[in-house]
Design a protein around this ligand. Structure first.
Ligand SMILES: [Zn+2]
Ligand SMILES: [Zn+2]
Length: 224
């Protein structure tokens, strides 16, 4: 399995590329405004189709969606509750006043992601976990297996968007955010209940694990 992390843009957002080495299809998660860097990473890979799946619709994670949809004829999947967040992209862009976010285009959606479902793209299988709080349709993608005859466990990691970070959690005061109790409650119930060794790849900053966050994340241990 190939996993590439491409941090970039004004908010140093992490875009992820995931591909099974047995397939020519690849998954592009949260393509932000660092489109040049993403293209450089894509140029190192062999693929014939791109599938864009977003954890949520904030500008820093979705600015590049329309660009890559048009460039590769990619299909775009996101949770239905993120529609108003995507629609607020231009307003958000003018509010932040950061030139790279000008001309934000609201992308068309091909498929709505459902929670608690197993999806497959190429040879990759993953489950979806809905963790509202930072935004209403924030989805975490839990990768565990490649589709091969042995169904072997190859990895155990979650692309968790802006729900939880190394040592922190997502903001709840941006478009679509609710409150800290809801976010922390959902993280605790739906993510911290998973295996301790599960790796978390957040939408910003470095990777972490469920165990590390359980033990040392101040937001998740009742300190805040
Ligand atoms: Zn966000
Ligand atoms: Zn973000």
């Amino acid at each position: 399995m190939i996993l590439k992390i491409i941090p970039g843009g004004a908010f140093v957002e992490n875009t992820y590329i995931i591909q099974s080495d047995k397939s020519k299809e690849l998954i592009l998660i949260d393509p932000g405004s660092q489109t040049d860097e993403i293209e450089e990473s894509l140029a190192e890979l062999e693929f014939d189709s791109v599938h864009i799946w977003n954890t949520h619709g904030h500008l820093d994670h979705a600015y590049g969606v329309d660009y890559f949809k048009k460039k590769y004829g990619a299909k775009f999947s996101i949770h239905e509750k993120e529609i108003p967040i995507l629609q607020a992209m231009s307003t958000a862009a003018s509010r932040f006043g950061i030139p790279e976010f000008n001309n934000a285009v609201i992308p068309e959606i091909e498929k709505f992601i459902e929670e608690n479902r197993e999806y497959s793209v190429g040879n990759l299988k993953f489950n979806t976990i809905l963790v509202p709080g930072h935004s209403p349709g924030s989805i975490c993608f839990h990768f565990t297996k490649e589709l091969n005859p042995e169904e072997e466990l190859v990895e155990n990691f979650i692309i968790c968007g802006d729900t939880v970070f190394a040592g922190s959690v997502g903001r709840v005061d941006l478009t679509g955010g609710t409150n800290m109790e809801e976010l922390v409650g959902n993280i605790t119930e739906k993510l911290l209940s998973l295996e301790d060794s599960t790796i978390l790849f957040p939408g910003h900053g470095p990777r972490t694990t469920i165990q590390i966050e359980k033990e040392s994340n101040p937001y998740l241990s009742g300190m805040f």
